[in-house]
Design a protein around this ligand. Sequence first.
Ligand code: FEO
Length: 171
Amino acid sequence: MKISIKMKKALNDQVALEASASNNYLAMASWCEVTGYQGAANYFYAQSDEERTHLLKVVHYLNALGAVATIPAIKSPASSYKSLEGLIKTALKNEQTVTTAIHKMVEIAQKEKDHSTYAFLEWFVNEQVQEETKFETILQKFDLLGRDKLGINEIDKFLAVKASAPSEPTV
Ligand code: FEO
């Protein structure tokens, strides 16, 4: 095997984390849809798809190395939220957890002089900067536009626009 047992485990844990993120965003999208936040629903359906592409990147990387990816069982996500703002806060927290996991893998790669995995992870490091910024920007909108019905409606419209222009880092 071209990667260590430790790195293989960390990458497989990442597959589970990305799968869980995809599932969480799917549940968030569904809640937004039934609550009447159509823009936010579209945004989170797209976000869920995006997380699945992250999962596949890691699966393909492991398999290409002959390390064999483990496809995980996924825990049921929360099915309801107190508010759209609370939901976005949860999303940001999830992304911060993913960032920590990615950074830990980078540290393992550095320690083990695993240059291939180090290079592979660079994309994810950049992606996480974007992911956290996305949710911080949305949270900022609650202060800027307000938390009353009109404010939330504006935020939903903002998310509708964002949903139609999903972003991925090019690096
Ligand atoms: Fe794949 Fe949003 O982290």
